[in-house]
Design a protein around this ligand. Sequence first.
Ligand code: ADP
Ligand code: MG
Length: 212
Amino acid sequence: MSGTVALDDLVSWIRAFRDTVQQHKDELTQLDSAIGDADHGSNMARGLDAVVARLDPLPASPTDLFKTVGMTLVSSVGGASGPLYGTLFLRMGPALSEGEVDATTLGAALRAGVEGVVARGKAELGDKTMIDALSPAVDAWDTAAAAGATPADAARAAAEAAARGRDATEPLVARKGRASYLGERSAGHLDPGATSATMLLEALRDTLAAAE
Ligand code: ADP
Ligand code: MG
């Protein structure tokens, strides 16, 4: 691949995200047991299994794909993360309704998705949520795309930024979601949602690198 991303690649991304979450389900649940209610791994794994079950037959377009992914997550995942990840994908779809998907349009779609998560969850950077991984990731994506990066290279930069954002959640005190009930005791643990959000970007990085 060079400059454009095919529908097949986007479907592979979602499948790869499911596979990664399945592989790390216990780790995500472990993180959520430290500062939440120990269901983030099982929530995400169940939701993504339901998503993958709906990818055959193949959606007709990127817009259809992300609509299916988003609606399935909203309806099948309990907890905060279902509606939030659902919103991310539901907002991505319309941003990809015209023309080819390239680094700029995929970056714009990711940004629309992350803005949807912010609008729904009201989390700001530093609140120790998935936003701490997602927000720097879309910024890094846009910087790379503006400099002429391929989608694969933009995804590399975004995944790195997400991982740094995830790691930076460890010392933070949570200000949103269940972890915020713990107050100061939420410090000293990685945020589960920032960890799964990094897996989302890493799945995209790996999928686009394989398609290159
Ligand atoms: P629940 O907290 O309802 O059990 P999960 O355990 O599946 O749901 O997901 C927890 C994750 O959701 C947190 O680690 C955090 O990243 C994310 N999260 C919670 N509330 C918000 C919010 N308001 N905005 C953004 N992300 C949030
Ligand atoms: Mg939980």
